[in-house]
Design a protein around this ligand. Sequence first.
Ligand code: BES
Ligand code: MN
Ligand code: ZN
Length: 461
Amino acid sequence: MDKIIVAAAADARSLALVTPDTLAAWTAALPEATRRWLDGAGFEGKPGDLALLPDGDARERVAAVLVFADDFSPDDFWRLAGLPVRLPPGDWAIATALAPAAATRVATAWGIGGYQFTRYRKAARASARLVMPAAADGAAVERAVEANGFVRDLVNTPAQDMGPGELAEAARAMAAELGMTCRIVTGADLLAEGHRLIHAVGRAASRPPRLIDLSWGDPSHPKVTLIGKGVCFDSGGLDLKGADGMKLMKKDMGGAAHVLGLARMVVRAGLRLRLRVLVPAVENAVSGDAFRPLDIVTSRKGMTVEIGNTDAEGRLILADALDLASTDQPGLIIDMATLTGAARVALGPDLAAAFCNDEAVAAALARHAAAEADPVWRLPLWKPYRSMLDSKAADINNVGSGPMGGAITAALFMQEFVGSGISWIHFDIYAWNASARPGRPEGAAAQAVRALFALLAERAA
Ligand code: BES
Ligand code: MN
Ligand code: ZN
């Protein structure tokens, strides 16, 4: 992809960013003719309004103004992210003085808004480029924008070209690029290491399951382990999905893409952490060898799991990964997964659901989510619902007995595999934008990655 943020440009056009508070002063300084132009163009000065105008210093050039609220809200972030495709292509420089935090936020939003998925066709139009504002933390902007594009490219790629093997290769390439160690366990080798749940979910596919295991950083630094759901396509298995439910399931490796993107940021920033990334990568397919409803599989932990529904496959593969992650007693485990439709019923597409067993970590997460305009909403690990997972024949069933509380029972299932004394955050995300909005084309969406990076940066400090 072409660069969306550039260090400098010879002849950049100027963009004013005004807020409802600074609008009057900005307007007052304009030539009378320009004021009349804006009036005639229907510019009202409401947040999100954008207008092109003649440049005050050089009349033959175009300038622009965007009204933004400057309130660190997600709405404001997406207003700014809309600029690269709302403005005419070419180079733009911000003419308004911005404080460092605001400059960094503006540039980050711009870079994220300039993303286009170009693996299978050319970009519809060139994104307008931004000259990095002087006050911005350029390295932070670059890291966040790069990781965002990395996540969305993986999620947008069709399952045909992003199976367990391709996902593993993407992780291997990233490890080589960033100096991480990489170990990949494939197919029947998973059984020898106890990952019977990962194997059961993935074995029916002609593309064998994998467990991707990356590590990086000084072993004496605080340990953090990231786990991502890597279901490269979720047909539902024998409990097959209908056409509507199956359509978007190329994105069911969204959790894996998210944790790989987050890991990129951590490593490139050189955070003082010992990082491990685990991605069980499978295709939930149908064949004569598919796992079946009411099969009982012994997890890596030794707990027996009755399969109430083969479409609740994410929690199964994550269970073995959580158990493995727990063996080296990290201070924090974060998993990310496109896990349940129920989380979407509860919170809609844009709010990442987070479950956390540690009040201090949950409070820090909420604080960073607000500061980064990267929204996260907590749901409860409500213990009394654990009985919904009781099985008639095994230690636990993989689905709740009734139709209610599905995101919570999924989280409670996974909590069984988190070692005691380990802080844990579980994300149930959508990883998708269903219809185009400014800054957010239809397709993959990265959620909570910037908030989590801020949380980890604070932990490492
Ligand atoms: N990958 C799906 C969850 C999903 C579906 C996320 C649609 C986002 C959009 C997951 O594997 C799944 O199928 N979950 C089932 C669980 C049920 C069988 C208990 C669900 O949510 O319906
Ligand atoms: Mn499923
Ligand atoms: Zn799934």
